[in-house]
Design a binder for this molecule. Structure first.
Ligand code: NCD
Ligand code: ZN
Length: 351
């Protein structure tokens, strides 16, 4: 990291995004430029409709993404397979050997957008966990239970007790990424774990709490899953993300939905933040006086956990005297996608 305080310029190793929704078709075309501007690689979520459940789906989706990357731009989509109770081991092994599939995504059935085909009974995927443990491929977990009797704000905490802890005891060699964590419970659990467990944290969970979404009128733009929690949880997330701890790294969970699907009687969960993710994060780290740990969170800790090389190229970001305005929408031929508005003064931007 090279810091040039006179012009407030920061050069860091080019980041990666370890949790990204790119969708397909027109949305993919519209959102991809926001990510390839700053990320060298991204773990691509498979919850399309229909989801990416086998090796042919992965190959086709990989090709679709590649076709949309302008020539001369370096961006590696790291593909994932959507785990179902009928996932074939041969698909995992083929994906692993070909180098295209970097992880398997576990959605509890019904937990979030397009998760209906996810896992209902975890025992039915034990054979997959055996194989992942052997080949060292990470399992990426949406860590929320879905039982109707569990309050939605408690779903992450209960998931740790009911599912994650027993799972880790049964499969100690399984590498797990606990995705988009939102609670002190998750932070404490990860800090107390010895090995094979890390977590992604989103920019928005570092900036908004549940009041941001619910006080003074409901703000569908801040509706995402897992829900933002109480302020004490947000403060703990800021503390751990900015600490430099190797077990925590950036996964934007940038999740575009068309405006008409978000601002609706039954609005979709997901925040599109890829466009201003790095400026938002730089501001969060700057506000803590911990900009020196930004590079660890966005560029170093992720590859270390995934056993991948650190990127060679760099990006520059600059702190301006005036707070920055970002685009409010991006357009697709099917409608607009609203960009995350952090309601926080952001002085950082790309050069
Ligand atoms: C994501 C989406 O829209 O695909 N939504 C969200 O609120 N984060 C799915 C997910 O990661 O839960
Ligand atoms: Zn997601």
């Amino acid at each position: 990291m090279i810091e040039n305080s006179s012009v407030h310029k920061l050069q860091i190793i080019k980041p990666d995004d370890w949790h990204l929704h790119l969708r397909s078709g027109e949305t993919l075309k519209a959102v991809l430029p926001s990510t390839i501007k700053w990320a060298n690689r991204a773990i691509i979520m498979p919850n399309l409709d229909p989801p990416i459940v086998n090796i042919d789906d992965v190959k086709n989706y990989f090709q679709e993404i590649k076709r949309n990357i302008p020539s001369g731009v370096n961006f590696d989509p790291l593909m994932t397979l959507y785990l179902t109770e009928t996932t074939k081991i041969k698909d995992i092994l083929e994906g692993y050997k070909s180098g295209i599939v970097k992880a398997i995504k576990y959605y509890p059935s019904g937990a979030t957008t397009n998760s209906a085909k996810g896992v209902k009974n975890i025992k039915n995927v034990y054979k997959v966990f055996d194989v992942l443990s052997k080949i060292g491929m990470p399992l990426l977990i949406h860590g929320e239970v879905t039982s109707e009797n569990i309050d939605i704000f408690d779903r992450e905490k209960v998931f740790i007790e009911q599912i994650l802890d027993p799972l880790r005891n049964k499969f100690p060699d399984l590498k797990i990424v606990f995705e988009h964590i939102t609670t002190t419970d998750a932070i404490d659990y990860i800090l107390n774990s010895e090995k094979n467990l890390a977590a992604t944290i989103t920019p928005h969970h570092l900036i908004i709490n549940r009041n941001s979404m619910l006080v003074g009128g409901i703000k569908p733009d801040f509706y995402c899953l897992p829900l933002a929690k109480r302020e004490k949880h947000r403060l703990a997330l800021v503390k751990i993300a900015t600490s430099g701890s190797e077990k925590f790294f950036l996964g934007t969970d940038s999740a575009p939905h068309l405006e008409q699907n978000k601002i609706s009687e039954c609005g979709c969960a997901g925040i599109f933040n890829a466009l201003n993710a790095i400026p938002c994060l730089a501001q969060v780290f700057d506000n803590e006086n911990l900009l020196n740990n930004l590079e660890k969170f966005v560029s170093l800790n992720g590859p270390k956990f995934y056993d991948l090389p650190v990127n060679k190229s760099k990006i520059n970001i600059v702190k301006y005297n005036k707070s920055q305005n970002f685009l409010k929408f991006i357009n697709t031929s099917e409608g607009r996608i609203r960009v995350f508005n952090p309601n926080l003064k952001i002085y950082w931007n790309y050069t």
